[in-house]
Design a protein around this ligand. Structure first.
Ligand SMILES: NC(=O)c1ccc[n+]([C@@H]2O[C@H](COP(=O)([O-])OP(=O)(O)OC[C@H]3O[C@@H](n4cnc5c(N)ncnc54)[C@H](OP(=O)(O)O)[C@@H]3O)[C@@H](O)[C@H]2O)c1
Length: 316
């Protein structure tokens, strides 16, 4: 048996992604080997492949480098002192973030403490959609102190992070406003959010008196959305590139503002899996690409218009 991995051979276009073959790893102490069924594709993978951002600069002398942070699959071997799981258990995890990566692998040895058990009611597809995006959503809402009765504006509600953030905020009994293009208006309504078509009018003309802005777009869209906040409102801006600018402007206007870097937390993944199992959150998966079509998956993310998540099927 071989272990196919997708690696970034050099920084550049999607065709720098190559397949490499390595042995199936043996578990180290406290580790388990996961046969990865699905690997999530995130915008950070695409940015790193293009040579942008911290993970790229830290790994520039380390190519070929295997990206990927979201995995779901089943345990095929258990190392010494690894006691949480048994062979055959279905698991998911947010692994190797941000510098190690490795998720675009058919087999991976990881610390058992990085993994969550996937309940039988949840598909491995849904489980792979949750780790990075779901934890970003939870941590952004948490930083903003979202609670019952608040008016919460979430920019890009139809994306990987946004569609989960909307559902968690609604479950917390917040009133949620969001932005999307025409194609996603109905989808946003089915999640319970008031949706504004950002191509039709700036959100500042349509939403007012928001307590919280969760910015998943950055740049001019975020600057415009600051006008939707009430006095003393709170901003969490998630895209790292424009975070400094947006926080500076928000603070000048008297708002509380912060950027964030998601922090892997298996207990939060447990909570997300629970929310999916009881129907509070439904993952949206736009497309699952076979691993040899990873370049197409990256091109889709690069459109900036993915609804929900994109996954790689690592076993076909
Ligand atoms: N700091 C961190 O730790 C962290 C963690 C996770 C993600 N991020 C960043 O957060 C951002 C969102 O991540 P993601 O995974 O949700 O991205 P994504 O899934 O690629 O987002 C795609 C969505 O963005 C929407 N969109 C595009 N332009 C828009 C605009 N001007 N206004 C409103 N919606 C717009 C699209 O909706 P339409 O098709 O309807 O236009 C699409 O559904 C990315 O920049 C990502 O790198 C940062």
């Amino acid at each position: 048996m071989e272990n196919k991995q997708i690696a970034i051979s050099q920084f550049g276009d999607p065709d720098v992604l190559v397949t490499q073959v390595s042995p199936i790893p043996e578990p180290l102490v406290g580790e388990v080997v996961v046969k990865v069924h699905f690997s999530g594709v995130n915008p950070i993978d695409v940015k790193t492949r293009a040579g942008l951002g911290w993970a790229a600069s830290e790994n520039k002398d380390n190519l070929p480098w295997v990206p990927g942070y979201d995995i779901s699959g089943e345990i095929i071997s258990v190392g010494s002192q690894a006691e949480r799981f048994n062979i055959g258990d279905k698991v998911a995890g947010f692994i190797g973030f941000p510098l190690q990566g490795g998720g675009y692998s058919q087999y991976l040895s990881v610390s058992e403490s990085a993994l969550s058990l996937v309940p039988s009611a949840i598909t491995l597809e849904a489980a792979a959609a949750l780790p990075l995006a779901g934890q970003t959503a939870l941590q952004a809402l948490d930083k903003a102190g979202v609670k019952e009765g608040m008016r919460v504006l979430i920019l890009a509600g139809s994306g990987g992070v946004g569609h989960i953030a909307i559902q968690v905020a609604i479950a917390a009994k917040a009133e949620v406003f969001t932005t999307c293009s025409e194609a996603n208006l109905d989808y946003m309504a089915t999640l319970g959010a008031h949706a504004v078509n950002y191509k039709f009018s700036p959100v500042s003309e349509r939403v007012e008196e928001a307590d919280v802005l969760i910015d998943l777009v950055g740049g001019d869209a975020a600057l415009d959305a600051l006008n939707c906040l009430k006095d003393g409102g709170t901003v969490v801006t998630v895209p790292t590139l424009s975070a400094e600018l947006i926080c500076e402007k928000a603070k000048l206007l008297g708002f509380n503002a912060t950027g964030m870097l998601v922090d892997p937390n298996p207990e939060q993944l447990d909570a997300l899996l629970y929310m999916v199992s009881v129907g509070l959150v439904k993952t949206e998966i736009q497309h699952i690409y076979p691993l040899d079509q990873v370049a197409e998956a990256h091109k889709q993310i690069e459109t900036g218009h993915t609804r929900g998540k994109i996954l790689l099927d690592m076993q076909c």
